[in-house]
Unconditional design. Structure first.
Lengths: 135, 152
């Protein structure tokens, strides 16, 4: 094992999902995110939030990805779920956040996530999303 | 008649699954709890393809066995925590699905706590339409390629 893989939270132990843009993105990402949110011991309402964020990423991210697939790294912490979406095209992080606006509701990812960061990485960038539950 | 091959080898290419065109790829630490993640992804695709329940059950069982082999045999505890220790490609096909489970560890072998050969591979062979089990030419890793085809 020579690769030094680090997750969204900067540690190994990440699950990486790569789904070719198309009809499988939503169903697969929703299931995997839902499962890992449950593993992170998020309560039901936050689990729903995580699945909603996954749905938005599934529908909006393909237009901003650098490749023909939607790539998401997922990592669980103590009542916390980290997602790293990318590699995105330059400017894709902000564009993806803006795309998550729903008329009459506002920006769903911004409303549901505890933290959103766009992290540049050479010619691409990543969208980092943290969903947590503070008891 | 199912086709099963157990002794092929593939090139020592660490990015083999990455080079395989596949709609869904997963890279995960080789830990027991992650087998369920693979199963969830598999189920999502199978249901999206409206595959028959019986075929889905066979797929779940065979893929669970293949992933369990990686978790139990391929790595030391420290190596298993690596983010890409277990790699899975899920490839929908016209009449079913092809699933590849790959590791870069010690490959398949007997369990230290088992007496005699296990039932894992024979079980997988019984559940698949086609099975290829191969080892990396550099002796690092194994690859289990399973095809599941809907019965006519």
């Amino acid at each position: 094992m020579t690769e030094a893989a680090a997750g969204p939270n900067g540690s190994p132990g990440t699950t990486r999902v790569s789904i070719a843009s198309g009809p499988l993105v939503g169903p697969v990402l929703r299931r995997v995110v839902g499962m890992l949110a449950a593993r992170a011991d998020l309560p039901l309402d936050r689990l729903d939030d995580a699945v909603l964020v996954a749905d938005l990423i599934a529908t909006r991210a393909p237009a901003h990805m650098q490749t023909g697939s939607v790539d998401v790294d997922l990592e669980t912490g103590d009542r916390t779920l980290f997602l790293r979406v990318g590699p995105l095209r330059p400017g894709g992080g902000e564009a993806l956040i803006l795309d998550a606006s729903v008329p009459g509701v506002g920006n769903v990812i911004e409303q549901l996530a505890d933290d959103i960061t766009v992290k540049p990485d050479g010619e691409s960038e990543y969208l980092l999303v943290r969903l947590a539950y503070a008891s | 008649m199912p086709a099963h091959a157990f002794t092929r080898s593939w090139p020592a290419d660490p990015a083999l699954i990455g080079a395989t065109p596949s709609p869904v790829r997963l890279s995960l630490p080789a830990q027991p709890r992650n087998i369920a993640v693979v199963r969830r992804a598999l189920e999502a695709i199978a249901e999206e393809l409206a595959l028959p329940r019986r075929l889905i059950e066979d797929m779940r069982l065979a893929v669970t066995e293949a992933c369990t082999n990686v978790v139990r045999h391929a790595y030391t505890e420290a190596e298993a925590r690596h983010a890409s220790a277990m790699r899975v490609a899920l490839l929908p096909e016209a009449d079913g699905m092809r699933v590849i489970v790959e590791d870069r560890g010690r490959g398949l072998g007997p369990s230290p706590d088992a007496h005699g050969p296990g039932l894992g591979l024979p079980l997988i062979a019984a559940l698949t339409s086609q099975l290829e089990v191969s080892h990396s030419a550099d002796e690092r890793g194994s690859r289990v390629a399973m095809s599941f085809i809907e019965a006519a």
